[in-house]
Design a protein around this ligand. Sequence first.
Ligand SMILES: [Zn+2]
Length: 493
Amino acid sequence: MRPTSTSRCTCRRVRGSSSRSHPSRRRGSCDRATTAPSTSRGSTTDSWRRLVGLSRSPACAWRCEVAVTTVGAPVEVGRLRREYRLNVTQNPSPALGQPGAETGTVGSLRQRNRALGLRHILRAGRTTRADLARACGMSTASAANIVADLVAEGLVEEAGSVSSGGGRPIAVIAPRADGAFALGADVGERGVAVELFDLSLTMVDREFRGGRAEERPEAIEADLRDAIEALRVRNIARWPRVLGIGLGLPGVVETGDDGTQTLFAQSLGWEPRAVPSELGGDIPVFAENGAKTLAKAELWSGAAVGVDHALVALLGRGVGLGVVSDGQVLTGWSSSASEWGHTKIRFDGELCRCGDRGCVEAYVGADAILEAWRRAGGEFEGTGWHALGRLLDAAETDPAAAAVLDETLRALGAALGSMVNLAGPQRVVIGGWVGLRLMERHADRILDTIRANCLAHVGDRLELVAATFGGDTVALGSALMPIDALIASPLSA
Ligand SMILES: [Zn+2]
């Protein structure tokens, strides 16, 4: 049996004065009834595109590509989310420039080229058809076809031109900013920041819930729903084109065979907790460990661009790491790879929030650093940005504060040096609010301590840089999950 979905076009051309030639006007209505088989790949594509309102209604010839209302979407949402988790997270889209882009069946080739092309355009921001062909290893004819398809889908557009050195100007291809939107959330035990990004990855709205006190997961989920609803109300016209929400969570996020996800946040003292399958409306929900989303953001268009092997460290109250290997963020068998914060740097050492002793987080997490300073006689208020700034200021003149800072940098160097020996990165990126504060003044010392704790021939060639995106990186990286789903969404037949 074929389920029927009804899409209502709300294209302004239907209702405005310029709608004379719109085909639906001649018929008096732009409502459509289309059928979509539930068992074919095509049905997933159609449902996905109806869900996110990206492509025109199949029966409408006037590019009514926006504001599509879908009936019966929830069933498809669950299937899309499952397919995304199983297919995209475990078999990511091919990397740019990967050889063999012009091989395979016609269908797989077209699918592959679409994914390569869309990913390149979104990451580059501005490109040309010729550059697209070079970057993706496809023919210029294929690149032109892909651009035409993506323009028809409403995802990219021509945005001016560049000189060709005497010939005809060359069209610039860019993401169509309002072609789609994605939500990204940085979820912590003290609050949630939910940000709305357009397709050019510009943040267009933001909502924060929480405060100074630690909250239980139930309260955090309520905050998350409140924040999303506030954004929905303010962005009602954009909402039909929201692809989904990505959650950057404070723990290991494991994906089951059926696509359901579970958060294991041992260091926060939480019981294993199912990731909500919905957070209001029918917007797909995706989730990943926060440090891994940071690594994805830096790999997408930040400080890890241009290298295939990198370590991206997140230093805040919690401590995490994303290991980039061959251009992909490692997940391990159950998404628990690179839980660096809870690897040991000292046998029977300081007590960690996870309940064990001697973990990296017990030495370079914000609470650990400031507690060490308190024990050394430091006086300060709070546990955040300003308190750490006070420590760094005091370390300029106060021997006790300087000793705390020295110990912190030694621990950081030892912990990262071991990871450098394990992973063999070309570049180490340090982010998170603690990491960025340390990098502001002590980047040279951090690099020296890393090199002192890894093999010489590895450390000599190592680069160390601060993260590009500052405090909002986790939300940005989380928003890349629904965008990745869009990139990997199958072509319609
Ligand atoms: Zn620990």
